[in-house]
Design a protein around this ligand. Structure first.
Ligand code: ACO
Length: 150
């Protein structure tokens, strides 16, 4: 796995990351909304009840501020002999920390988790503008994204 800058570390998300700026980082990705500390904790607790499915990692800097966040969701299937697929979701790096390889390091850790849980592949949807980023993290283009929006 690629090294992090000195003093940075990566770990599972926890409820206290609300106060460490986890939601600010996600705002680099999309609309987050005004989430209260209690709502944040509720979601973390929901994930914690299904530890085999939800895996969200954060990278923190020297000042214990969240600088990157991302998840892999492990889906159990019937096909491929009851195989598992990892879905990489909601990757974001704090704008003033982009370009330091934090994004790629996070992706490599998420792929390692999926591999250790015997997933036969890891997939994600992204904007075409991010294709080169994911290619540099070792992923290759496959298929077309479709959606139905409510
Ligand atoms: N286009 C082309 N190359 C890129 C891009 C890009 N948009 N972003 C990064 N790269 C390249 C870097 O230059 C670097 O190349 P190098 O190894 O030759 O030097 C390599 O990819 C690795 O880049 P990192 O430094 O690891 O990327 P960073 O930490 O800046 O994170 C990310 C990239 C996550 C896309 C960040 O810019 C970000 O948070 N953007 C806003 C939110 C977003 O779009 N997230 C992805 C959504 S898709 C999903 O969640 C499944």
């Amino acid at each position: 796995l690629p090294p992090l800058p000195d003093g940075y570390h990566i770990r599972k998300i926890c409820s206290d990351d609300y106060g460490r700026g986890a939601l600010e980082v996600l705002k680099a990705l999309t609309t987050v909304g005004e989430i209260t500390n209690k709502e944040f904790e509720h979601t973390i607790e929901t994930w914690a009840r299904h530890p085999e499915i939800y895996h969200t990692l954060v990278i923190l800097d020297l000042s214990e501020t969240v600088v990157a966040i991302g998840s892999v969701i492990v889906e159990s299937k019937l096909i491929h002999h009851c195989g598992k697929v990892g879905h990489i979701e909601d990757i974001a790096v704090r704008p003033n920390q982009q370009g330091k390889k934090l994004g790629c390091t996070l992706i490599r850790h998420l792929i390692k988790i999926a591999g250790s849980l015997d997933c036969y592949k890891v997939i994600l949807d992204c904007d075409p503008a991010n294709e080169m980023f994911y290619a540099k993290c070792g992923l290759s283009k496959a298929g077309t994204e479709m959606q139905f929006r409510f």
